[in-house]
Design a protein around this ligand. Structure first.
Ligand code: BEZ
Length: 266
């Protein structure tokens, strides 16, 4: 392991902690089964990769584990620290090199974060492997192939319709089970479980709040002000017939990929 300083926050996707709490609290609420799967034990060192505002780090710490949160967003790391979580700003692609992350861990946990690490998913997995102690586990959940597909398609199509290159701004990596299994095994992991499943999710409000909060890189491709609000309104218009029900409630078809992988014992 080298000792390079981390590339702080280069992959910050424009998070706002307040908006996140209002429009995306369900992300952590629905992730408790992943925390259960991790089954952290008292005294274990756990790295929470993509810790966000630290709600799940707290749930893991409540089991007696010593948790370090890592996130590319300085704003979300500040929110995690306010919850009393030890957290640092770092790029998930540079786990192995980051000198601010001390030592190795019994487990690396990640919820709803790995799909944001699109630049080089193999480098992320390799870094996790290097940060684990022998016998350590990597337990996580993120977006699988087909995740939020109607929203994803509408974001891309509207951007293309307005003359932008959707491939260039699309921030998400949503692999199939086979693709992610292959990457884990290539890093040296033994895959204990890996599967994807549909999880239609009722939003706490309008889909425009989801877009503004969770699709930052698409929205940021437009000039601040009316260009952004017009883009969000146009994407919303594309989705009304398929995702909004007669009572005005919005449901987004999430697809999750959940896994539990182990580093060899010695
Ligand atoms: C997800 O958790 O699946 C997700 C979150 C934000 C944007 C896209 C997908």
């Amino acid at each position: 392991m080298s000792t390079a300083v981390c590339r702080d926050g280069e992959a910050d996707h424009g998070w706002n902690a307040q908006d996140y709490a209002s429009n995306a609290r369900f992300v952590a609420d629905l992730a408790m089964p992943v925390v259960e799967q991790l089954a952290a034990r008292p005294g274990e060192r756990v790295l929470d990769l993509g810790c966000g505002d630290g709600v799940l780090s707290q749930a893991i710490a409540a089991r007696g584990a010593d948790v370090l949160g890592v996130d590319a967003s300085a704003e979300l790391v500040a929110a995690a620290r306010e919850r009393g979580i030890d957290a640092i700003v770092a790029d998930g692609h540079e786990l192995a090199e980051c000198s601010q992350i001390p030592g190795r861990f019994n487990a690396v946990f990640s919820n709803a974060a790995l799909h944001w690490m699109k630049q080089d998913p193999q480098a992320v997995i390799d870094g996790v492997y290097q940060r684990l102690l022998p016998g350590g586990r990597f337990v996580g959940e993120f977006g699988a192939a087909g995740n939020v597909a109607p929203v994803h398609d509408a974001l891309r199509q509207q951007a293309q319709a307005q003359g932008l290159d959707a491939d260039a701004i699309d921030p998400w990596y949503f692999p199939t089970d086979a693709q992610y299994r292959e990457r884990l095994e290539q890093a040296g992991f033994t895959v204990e479980t890996l599967f994807s499943f549909e999880r239609p999710t009722l939003l706490p409000g309008d889909v425009s709040g989801w877009i503004a909060t969770l699709a930052g890189p698409f929205v940021a491709a437009f000039a601040p002000g009316s260009a952004r609000t017009d883009y969000i309104a146009s994407v919303r218009e594309r989705l009304i017939d398929s995702l909004r029900d007669a009572q005005g409630r919005w449901t987004v078809p999430y697809v999750r990929l959940r896994f539990d992988a182990r580093r060899a014992a010695a």
